[in-house]
Ligand binder design. Sequence first.
Ligand code: B3K
Ligand code: ZN
Length: 876
Amino acid sequence: MLRDTPATVYLKDYRPPEFLIDQTQLWFDLGEEETRVRARLALRRNPAAETHSADLALHGEQLELLSLAIDGHPLDPESYRQDSEGLILKQVPDQFVLESEVRILPQQNTVLEGLYKSGGMFCTQCEAEGFRKITWFLDRPDVMSRFTTTITADRQRYPVLLSNGNPVETVQLDDGRQRVTWTDPFPKPAYLFALVAGDLRAIEDSHTTPSGREVALRIYVEPENVTKCDHAMAALKHAMLWDEQQYGREYDLDIYMIVAVNDFNMGAMENKGLNIFNSKYVLASPATATDRDFQGIESVIAHEYFHNWTGNRITCRDWFQLSLKEGLTVFRDQEFSADMGSRGVKRIEDVRLLRAHQFAEDASPMAHPVRPDSYMEINNFYTVTVYEKGAEVVRMQANLLGAEAYRRGTDLYFERFDGQAVTTDDFVQCMADAGERDLTQFKCWYSQAGTPELAIQGHYDAANQTYSLDVQQHCPATPGQTDKAPFLIPLAIGLLDSRGDDMALRLQGDTVAGTGTRMLELREPRQQFLFEQVAEAPVPSLLRGFSAPVKVRFDYSDEQLMFLMAHDSDGFSRWDAAQTLAQRILLQRVADPECPVPSGFINAFLQALTDDSTDPALLAEVLTLPAEGYLGDQMEVVDVEGIHQAREWLKTTLASELQEALLAVYHANAVTGAYRPDAASIGRRSLRNLALAYLMQLPEANIHRLCVEQYRSGNNMTDVIAALSLLADRDTPETAELLEAFYQQWQADPLVLDKWFSLQAMSKRSDTLERVEALLQHPAFSIANPNKVRALIGAFCSGNGVRFHAADGSGYRFLGDRVLELDGLNPQVASRMVRLMARWQRYDPSRQQLMKAQLERILNTEGVSRDVFEIASKSL
Ligand code: B3K
Ligand code: ZN
């Protein structure tokens, strides 16, 4: 290695801050060459500090010092020291005012953290530790301060100047510049600071809270995009109402602003009163956005809004507690989306994502607890584990307590900790207090990594009319954690009788029988549950609604799975049974490439297809085969080609056996009239496009024409892109023509072009990598724009398994090249990409060698970032 190993930060080393900052005043002078930032901080010793040093260390990176003064006296050079991480003030008083002025270069900031330019506008991203690239500060979430921000900039170029809180003053200066001051009455950590300056237009609306506060709602975008904000605005208003009704939470400022920017490392950011969004999660019109996009906007708008209480009013004590705000807020946005659309389908989508990505992370060298114990680079811990598993952990508490006690628990949480920076333990304690139960054992979900596995056996005793479930839990070892304590696991179950109805459930010791679903609580490594008065041998329905993020092993027969698929009263479990069966068939085919499809499966598929009573959205989920990546996760050694071939084979077989039924479903589910992204229309479109995808497995000319016809006549991007993606798998002159025409039509719309890049990157064609490499040179591509990187490079490496994992290692070499190229520009995006090789040990020896060689090459490159170093070194 050619560099020093970056330091590791440990949770066990947490100490309260020695100083607090009561007031923060900032003055920004935004220029075309440089920006000057003046800061006045009112500091005092923290009475709750556990340590006392004479010197004070402030965070600060890439700041050029212009002046420094304490209580109005300029500092002489002996009284401070500056290094690459910050500023040390020697022998400071217990209370003082620090004034500083620095020069920063936002125009050269390609990392997109701190203050940077996106197109013609200035914007900020401070979470997690970006504020220290703006000025010297105690840049840690447990230091909460009241901010006043004054921005001065050229009026012509930047007519709109925004920051957190409420506007207090606007002054037009003689030199063509404008000065605006904002003040935020709520103390906040620096990571929630935001500033925006640009030539922007706003769409406006308002919302009145139950207590009568009228809130102005504004979405700021570049002028050409004002017609694409209506959906985002509607989502915001729905989210505000939902949080008032479901959690009793109101908004607390007079104005709520959202700004859309094109260059953004992730989805969006919940800065107090001034959310900054990736434009992907704001802009939508039927012609340019798909159903998924509309849904994504609704959920991200809601997520950031919900953070105002879960994240901003109550924030994290330290970054190890990240899931305190993220897990809880994801759970809130999941439930919001469930209420806005189809609850059952939303649950399936969330579980599919969790299983595909979080289970994989939990089984990888990057596995970490929901509350990690250590990190090198905190930006690497904005993971599916912290977010999605974190949401499951909150959901389990809600399930264990029941709806009413859960609501009492969150009320208590808001009352007890408003205005504070707290821990996940504090949250659980509120749940324990409100639910009047001991949740000590439950906390394992925060501290232990890994996906618990439940091995379950059922036994029916006809003579005694009892049915017993024997449940063993086991959690595999993860890095640094070999022995795990047993988890407290809520396991929702039902028992189906031979008609497919739920039996009444009488657990040994019960006085009355319950019906339907029963929540069992597992606490021991092994436990038995005995059901009485069971009149016939039941089929157990296990883990209904996915009541816990675990894997269940139960020895079902194919027939039992088909029975559950047809009859289970729980929609999730019907879907899950279908997935389990399809997975079994596919893995058998991988093992034996001659193995036929069981005829029962084709019939079950046909029955599902022709059953008009099923919700089309749910049906589309049931008929979607498990993804190649997820299938690979179920194998000892991933067989990339075998899985791809088996899945293609099953799709083709189903398509040819069920061609008529699929065509009928295709035609029956056409959506007429103007485009609407409501749950019913979305469901019909997804079922119809799924049918088309199956049919396109067949070489028939009439099906090809149908697809081209859908492309040409589609009045919405969902149908257009579905058709074009299927056509892009084929190497024909017509495909080339259509792709070119699409580009010509949409070349001015960067978000639509992202789709154009992605569908080419995910094409099954054998020359896809060459084409992706050519697209890197396309004038519309830019490696500096994270959306473009994700659309082209990300889509190829994570959405095209069979090409990325090509046996000759070309995909890995391509990724290695891109990571090194990106790392010099934007380490956060580079480190997301390097993760795609973290699971190299799951592949055959030859691929292992090839991936490992790329990881080693990256690690041995001089000057590699801390972000990339952490992932690459932990992977090896
Ligand atoms: N809190 C931000 C994520 C910040 C990521 C920093 N690398 C968005 C969100 O979860 O709402
Ligand atoms: Zn969040």
